[in-house]
Design a binder for this molecule. Sequence first.
Ligand SMILES: [Zn+2]
Ligand SMILES: [Zn+2]
Length: 379
Amino acid sequence: MAHATALIFHDIYRGRGFSPLQTSWNRYSLGYDLMASLGLFDNGVAVLRPTPATEAELRLAHTPEYIAEVRQADSRGEGFLDRRDTPAWRGVFERATTAVGGTLLAAHSIMAGDMTHAFNPAGGLHHAQADRASGFCIFNDLVIATRVLQRDFGLTRIATIDIDGHHGDGVQALLYDEPVLKISFHQYDGRFYPGTGAVDELGTSAGHGYSVNVPLPRRVGDASYLAAFDALVPPLLYSYRPQFILVQFGVDAHVSDPLVGLWLTTAAYQRLVERLHELAHDLCDGRLLFLGGGGYNPPTVARCWAILVATLSGALPTASRDQYAALFDQETPTEAEVTAEQVRAVVAEVQSRLLAVGWRIPSWRPAPPPSPNNPGHVG
Ligand SMILES: [Zn+2]
Ligand SMILES: [Zn+2]
């Protein structure tokens, strides 16, 4: 069945991006063109063009001083917005506010019932803090959208699922003391950027137990990642009963990404989208908003985004089936059993902390490891 799905897109997305990695700036153009070539836009996916977020909207998450600093850096046209990750340039303010405006347009379209699902590839700027830029993120569209959903629509149960390879530290920090469910899966060793996202970061006061961190070792691969996701996300969402689900769909956990080493494939991304899609329809009338986040290998990013939009919308023309099948990785990296054991231990630790703060979640039973005599999965 086809579900009304919007791609949020503005020509400004085709230009310079926030990272200094110039080779990653064309991911928006590649993604858009790939979706167009699959026929998604002729078959029901609406393309909506955002306007920049207003100063008042930015202030829902950021200090007036910081907003003024970004404006000044824009007119200066050089230097960095943080220590040395996120460059300033002439036009960066409009680019950053348009990214936020895209996420707000998506949220409004879903709440108005015009769209069931939406994807803003320029959103997902989860590292941005109240008073500073960080990690290629200037304004935190996830938090601003959360504020708009609370204030303008009266929502009290909003869930953010963050599958970017990096911890969603800005979202966590800005909503740390609120009962807004934040689940982040990320590579973690205590040093890997941004350095936060340990299991004991659970939130404070009314937010205690609503920051859920799943810190993963390198080279996790599809099977362990998906097992961890299924062990935690569906039970938490069924307990929380969200009214709206935001997904930070950073695809830098893909095996080809130059910055992250989690080793997921396109098949895992499709499974994650299918699972989140089912959960959104089960729990909140399908209200599901995907945001682009990280991803630094543009052809791979474009493939993951096309898989996302085709899966969500059901808008893939029959004639494009072969072209769609070609979007998937041909090889799956093999994961080491030691990594699988580490992931099971992380999940068990997350679960025990969730149970201790009062979540009702069923216990997780890992599938038996495959062996020559026990292939694990038959048929
Ligand atoms: Zn749907
Ligand atoms: Zn990332």
